[in-house]
Design a protein. Structure first.
Length: 88
């Protein structure tokens, strides 16, 4: 992809695939989407790096995540909400 291949699960943002309809106390309807922004920073691999890494293990992203948690280096994401009015 034009965004590159994520170096790890912790180096990528997450975006909800659904849009939710929420109502406030005034009876106004809003469309809401959820976003998870990595606090570790975005990091991508080149094709050559990806080829070399996946040649050693096909689950490097999962292994990296588990190893970080075991070391006490738990990854963090910021939770953001995108709110749109019905007119938008």
């Amino acid at each position: 992809s034009d965004r590159g291949l994520p170096a790890s699960l912790v180096n990528m943002n997450g975006y909800g695939s659904h849009t939710y309809s929420l109502w406030n106390d005034h009876g106004e309807r809003f469309w809401v989407k959820f976003h998870f922004k990595t606090q570790q920073g975005i990091k991508n691999l080149t094709n050559a790096e990806a080829e070399e890494i996946t040649g050693r293990s096909r689950d490097t992203c999962g292994e990296d995540l588990c190893n970080r948690i075991e070391r006490g280096d738990c990854p963090k994401w910021s939770f953001q909400i995108q709110v749109m009015t019905m007119a938008q």
